[in-house]
Design a protein around this ligand. Structure first.
Ligand code: PLP
Length: 262
């Protein structure tokens, strides 16, 4: 069967972000997505109203059912919701339920693009720091990168996280709307090994971070190296954002939903 990416992610009923973004992006990359659902969020395409997290033991049972069954070739995590869920995922690695040679793309989701809370940020940051060393690649937005590193300068932050045991950091300025083009820098073991400039398409997008991280995980599951996976994901992202749906045409500032079926 197609290589499988096991995702730990939450449900966004609007279908823009979260596990639906993961399923669509991983499918588009040529892999198959399996989902252990971390939380049910209550949100529209524009705003988070709340969420209920899945208890860690239930999340673990979901993951185990799939790990025992399917050829898992990569792991992707998004919204984990609670420190218990983050600790449970770390335990899957330390207990070797997930082999450590499987690529793991960790999107350290702290808040939604709209600014809505997806967990208690202060405790999530501390918990994420313990999970980061298991990741092959982390894909924070600028806000998350600064929160995790405690540093303002993006390059310093990426180097600092590598120094704290993170294998690779993809720095991206896509959520920094004050910047013109989108700059991307890939740091591996503290060295910048790839950089690119991507056009900033007009509008704000709901679920772009999830889509990017998941597409990369899908490519890694199929054997791409990090740089090849990121380049493939960037090309795909430009297409899905250019084709994004506008749910509220009368309000041009509203968030768009990427069209991942092209
Ligand atoms: N995961 C879930 C369940 C979400 O609801 C969101 C945002 O609303 C995210 C992840 C992060 O989304 P983005 O890709 O826009 O950063």
């Amino acid at each position: 069967m197609r290589p499988v990416v096991l995702c730990f992610s939450g449900l966004d009923p609007s279908g823009g972000a979260g596990l639906q973004a993961d399923i669509e992006a991983i499918g588009a990359s040529g892999a198959h997505a399996a989902i252990a659902c971390t939380a049910l969020t209550i949100q529209s395409s524009q705003q988070v109203f709340g969420f209920e997290s899945c208890p860690a033991d239930l999340l673990q049972r979901q993951a185990k059912a799939v790990i025992d069954d399917l050829p898992i070739r990569a792991i992707k995590s998004g919204m984990l919701g609670t420190t218990d869920n983050i600790a449970m995922l770390a335990r899957l690695f330390t207990d070797k339920m997930i082999p450590q040679d499987i690529p793991f793309v960790l999107d350290p989701v702290l808040v939604a693009n709209s600014g809505g809370s997806l967990g208690d940020e202060a405790t999530l940051v501390d918990a994420f720091i313990t999970l980061l060393p298991f990741a092959t690649l982390i894909t924070p937005n600028t806000y998350e990168l600064r929160a995790l590193s405690g540093l303002k300068d993006l390059h310093g932050a990426a180097i600092g996280l590598c120094g704290a045991g993170v294998n690779a950091v993809l720095v991206k300025t896509s959520h920094d709307y004050s910047s013109g083009d989108i700059n991307q820098y890939l740091y591996v073991k503290g060295e910048m090994v790839h950089q690119s400039v991507l056009p900033r398409l007009p509008g704000e997008f709901h679920g772009s971070g999830c889509s990017l991280a998941s597409y990369i995980a899908g490519r890694l599951a199929q054997g791409d190296d990090l740089i090849a996976a990121i380049k493939a994901a960037d090309q795909w992202m430009i297409k899905i954002l250019a084709a994004a749906d506008q749910p509220h045409p009368s309000d041009p500032s509203s968030q768009l939903i990427p069209n991942r079926f092209l």
